[in-house]
Design a protein around this ligand. Structure first.
Ligand SMILES: Cc1ncc(COP(=O)(O)O)c(C=O)c1O
Length: 188
């Protein structure tokens, strides 16, 4: 999709407004020059409200979002992060960029992570699981979250395809959360 299909007059007006109000293209700083124009901050707040969560952080891409999430875990070489076999290459790339080993889990009839196969792939080196909602179809998040929570493994949702969808009334991308707190996770 080249982009022009979804970028119309409204989006152009928003971009032009940034230039009309000082032309500051940075997310942070330049407070004196930007005439109170904080488009990214406004977007984050509107997005968080839409998703029913306290915080949202805008980044440049889906790959960057995965990288940022993984960077909070202080991953070390030989740590393993499990993801599913049917996903976009960026999911595995983000794990490799974070210096961890990607481990592929089988999918089931949801086209997403098979909880039974996930259990079989967990080792003492498993630090996190990235579940993906491919093609907008929710993964079996409730079961997968329980598997992770019971073992103190961090669960990250890759909602690149799932944004706007929901599972049991909860927006996709908001069901994993960090429990227990990432900073207190024991190294397994
Ligand atoms: C499942 C999935 N995760 C991550 C990404 C990466 O997103 P981006 O291309 O914005 O970096 C994609 C992109 O298609 C994707 O399909």
């Amino acid at each position: 999709m080249p982009g022009f299909e979804v970028i119309g007059a409204e989006e152009r007006a928003q971009v032009n407004e940034v230039f009309d109000r000082g032309g500051v293209l940075f997310r942070h700083g330049f407070d004196a020059l930007r005439n109170d124009c904080y488009k990214v901050r406004e977007f984050e707040q509107a997005f968080a409200s839409k998703m029913g969560v306290e915080h949202a952080l805008a980044v440049t891409s889906g790959t960057a979002a995965l990288r940022v999430a993984l960077s909070t875990l202080d991953l070390q070489p030989n740590d393993e992060v499990i993801t599913q076999s049917f996903t976009f290459v960026a999911t595995a790339e983000a794990i490799i960029e974070a210096r961890a080993v990607p481990v592929c889990c089988e999918i089931d009839e949801t086209f997403n992570m098979d909880p039974a196969d996930l259990v079989a792939r967990i080792t003492p080196r498993t630090r996190a699981v990235i579940v993906v909602h491919m093609l907008g179809t929710p993964a079996r998040l409730v079961e997968i979250k329980k598997i992770c929570d019971d073992r103190g493994i961090v669960l990250i949702e890759d909602a690149a395809w799932g944004c706007g969808g929901s599972l049991n009334g909860k927006p996709l991308g908001t069901g994993a959360r960090w429990a227990p707190s990432v900073s207190t996770l024991p190294r397994r």
